[in-house]
Design a protein around this ligand. Structure first.
Ligand code: MLT
Length: 260
């Protein structure tokens, strides 16, 4: 679809109340394929490709994007789809985008899902790691980044097929989009001070073995958000929605009908 902010693509399934699901870095809407295949009756799941990923707007100048840009893109897509408000959720970087959307337009949230993500900004150590990753991307391209990242995205028991699908997503992502997203993550603000102001029901979900955004971060967010509940998924690492799709989809479906 052509929008005021450029071409935006998305996957969707189901009909009814909208749920917007934002993918992790450096993936695409396909991340949510298992959830799109298990949409509960009465709901419509919409999974946008964030700018530069999948078939969405190619990034223009490489590195000038912020989380606010990705957030404005998704709000613009919602406008074009005539969706005033929705349950909005994101996994990891998708969660960072959801925080930015909440800062820009809290009234558009009927609920929030924070999956395998964190509210804090990058630490100096994380900043250094991203500088090194940008260099790895420059020299080795997306395949080198995939090789380095994949072991941290799943638990030891992850199915090879799931790892293979994720590798294919990373390797097909444009280097410019990956680089722009890294810069946006490095410069994102701390969302922790705003947690107490989140006034919609919130599901915090995390893989028990998540090494990138560990359970302790999820617990801290859940304690700080007034109407929130925590679901820890056993047998899953960082990409919990892919590694334990049935458990994740059940937690999401239960949340959607909960009175939080
Ligand atoms: C992600 O899965 O989106 C990234 O690991 C997030 C990050 O690097 O902070």
């Amino acid at each position: 679809m052509e929008t005021d902010r450029g071409h935006m693509s998305w996957l969707e399934a189901g009909a009814g109340w909208p749920v917007v699901l934002l993918h992790a870095f450096p993936l695409e809407a396909e991340l949510w394929r298992p959830q799109l295949e298990a949409v509960p009756q009465g709901w419509r799941f919409i999974a946008p490709d964030l700018r530069g990923f999948g078939r969405s707007i190619p990034p223009s100048g490489g590195s000038g994007l912020t989380m606010d840009d990705y957030a404005a893109d998704v709000l613009c897509l919602m406008d074009n789809l005539k969706i005033d408000d929705a349950v909005i959720g994101g996994l990891s970087m998708g969660g960072y985008v959801a925080f930015a959307m909440f800062r820009q337009a809290p009234r558009r949230f009927t609920g929030l899902v924070l999956a395998d993500t964190r509210s804090q900004a990058d630490t100096p150590q994380a900043h250094e790691m991203r500088v090194a990753q940008r260099e790895l991307l420059r020299t080795g391209g997306p395949p080198a980044l995939a090789e380095q990242s994949l072991p941290k995205l799943f638990s030891q028991a992850a199915a090879p097929e799931v790892i293979g699908r994720t590798r294919a997503m990373i390797e097909s992502a444009p280097a410019a989009a990956i680089d722009a997203a890294m810069v946006a993550m490095m410069t994102r603000p701390d969302s922790t001070p705003g947690l107490a102001d989140i006034n919609c029901g919130t599901l915090v979900v995390v893989g028990k073995g998540d090494e990138i955004t560990p359970v302790a971060d999820a617990e801290a967010m859940q304690r700080a958000i007034p109407r929130s509940t925590l679901c820890v998924i056993p047998g899953a690492g960082h990409l919990s929605s892919l590694e334990q799709p049935d458990v994740f989809s059940r937690a999401l479906a239960d949340f959607l009908v909960s009175p939080l």
